[in-house]
Ligand binder design. Structure first.
Ligand code: NAD
Length: 350
């Protein structure tokens, strides 16, 4: 029986990437009945909302989606659709594996780490007050001189519940995937309440895995330097939302850039797979950008479905095409288009 999966093409370069990725996934032989559902700038123009209710309903019903990137215009009232999907469906865990593939230009050749980012709390909670608002002024009063007048304020909530479930996810992932170590990352020396809570909860969770999975802590600034100098020391890295967002791009850079960095947003019974990169709007419709990140997100999706053999074949096909360097996109040093690179991967799967 075919799996029913929601396909959200997204906007910018999203639709062309989604089209190629769907074809590549089908070429593994796994039967999929795609349900197309739209979100982003293009549907906003037609329906007046960037995230139609029907799209959320489709993902909630099928419990699994593959999603192209979606633009978040800067400085407008338009809230991030990506953040909204994660929040609405309580996809609290963002999984971003970073692995070096032969043939990808990178300063490193031995990286195989996984970033686990909390997806629902932190400064992304969307609790923000503009300068001179009554709410901001109330907080300024409470701060007793610590916050200047006319400050805009964003609130950074961390809950025991939110910290516990993300760290537990990281440890469970480590156990299930034969990983050895979880590194919790925070800035608890400065933010003793929020980041301090992250560490306190992580230490409690780590005790339950003693003897099975090693546990360590790093401050976020030190972690950035460590990753650049000795990335091979790290295995599974668990972080709150904002640090996780930034560190995943850093890790993508370590393994050759956004074009090859896949991701998954996972909740208790729902999952949305998407690349780390954004909609790269300047390349829209040019058949230019690299489909690898979304295709490897599809590989994560096949693993999630239990189609592990197809997932391994797909990863092997992708890595062979990259290594051969004949049909790869500009960012990998080639001049193939999105479609041609996708076709080369399909040819390997035949
Ligand atoms: P971006 O990731 O879209 O692109 C930055 C640059 O990275 C591009 O100009 C391109 O040079 C390169 N790049 C990205 N994807 C590539 C690919 N597949 N192949 C080759 N090169 C690639 O980042 P941005 O320009 O900061 O963001 C554009 C929009 O995407 C913004 O509105 C942002 O909010 C949104 N965004 C969406 C998501 C998501 O949908 N999950 C994630 C990040 C950013």
């Amino acid at each position: 029986m075919a799996y029913k999966i929601t396909l959200v093409p997204g906007d910018g370069t999203g639709p062309e990437l989604a089209e190629v990725t769907a074809k590549v996934i089908e070429a593994t032989g796994v039967k999929i009945d795609w349900e197309i559902a739209h979100a982003g700038v293009d549907i906003m123009e037609k329906e007046g909302t960037p995230l139609p209710e029907s799209t959320l309903k489709s993902i909630a019903k099928n419990k699994i989606a593959l999603k192209g990137p979606i633009t978040t215009p800067i400085g407008t009232g338009f809230r991030s659709v990506n953040v909204a999907i994660r929040k609405e469906l309580d996809l609290y865990s963002c999984l971003r594996p970073c692995k070096t593939y032969a043939g990808v230009k990178s300063k490193y050749n031995n990286i195989d780490l996984v970033v686990v980012r909390e997806n629902t709390e932190d400064l992304y909670a969307g609790v923000e007050f503009p300068e001179n608002s009554s709410e901001a002024n109330q907080i300024i009063d409470i701060s007793k001189g610590k916050i200047r007048k006319e400050s805009a304020i964003s609130i950074k909530p961390f809950s025991v519940f939110g910290c516990k479930r993300i760290v537990e996810f990281a440890f469970d992932y480590a156990v299930k995937n034969g990983r050895k170590k979880v590194t919790a990352v925070s800035k608890a020396n400065i933010m003793k309440c929020t980041d301090g809570l992250f560490y306190r909860v992580a230490r409690e969770v780590a005790k339950e895995y003693e003897g099975k999975i090693e546990y360590e802590e790093r401050l976020i600034d030190n972690m950035c330097m460590q990753l650049v100098q000795k990335p091979e020391l790290y295995d599974v890295i668990a972080l709150p939302n904002l640090y996780g967002d930034i560190l995943s791009d850093l890790c993508a850079g370590l393994v050759g850039g956004l074009g090859v960095a896949p991701g998954a947003n996972l909740g208790n019974d729902c999952a949305v797979f998407e690349a780390v990169h954004g909609s790269a709007p300047k390349y829209k419709g040019l058949n230019k950008v690299n489909p690898t990140a979304l295709i490897l997100s599809g590989k994560l999706m096949l693993d999630y479905l239990g189609e592990t053999e197809a997932a391994s074949r797909l990863e092997k096909a992708v890595s062979e095409v990259i290594e051969e360097k004949k049909q790869v996109t500009y960012d990998l040093g080639g001049n193939a288009g999105t479609k041609e690179m996708g076709q080369a991967i399909i040819d390997k799967l035949k």
